[in-house]
Design a binder for this molecule. Sequence first.
Ligand code: AMP
Length: 113
Amino acid sequence: MSDTIFGKIIRKEIPADIVYEDDLVLAFKDVNPQAPTHILAIPKKPIAKLDDATDEDLAVLGHLLLKAKQVAAEAGLTDGYRLVMNNGESAGQTVFHLHLHILGGRPLSWPPG
Ligand code: AMP
């Protein structure tokens, strides 16, 4: 896949407010937060969107989900939070490097728009 702004963040070519990093995943604050806490968790492997993931990505996607839980806890989201993964343009995806939005710190309505 082609490079994205998240690829540049992974390579530290542009700054980001990183809250967690290991060999497989990175989590950083969203630059345009939609809730008091809005963190993005991404695999370092450049998967464009969930539809492009394969069985080879089983471990990294499981790791991403469990680290999202850890990041949410460390951010103090003890009263619930929402994980969102937009898959494709009509779902609202704008950056084509798979990512989980971790949103919390205010009541979140349902269904999302
Ligand atoms: P999506 O619309 O699901 O693709 O989400 C992309 C998210 O990336 C949006 O919430 C943007 O605000 C966020 N974003 C874009 N550029 C940056 C950046 N340089 N640092 C942090 N977040 C970003």
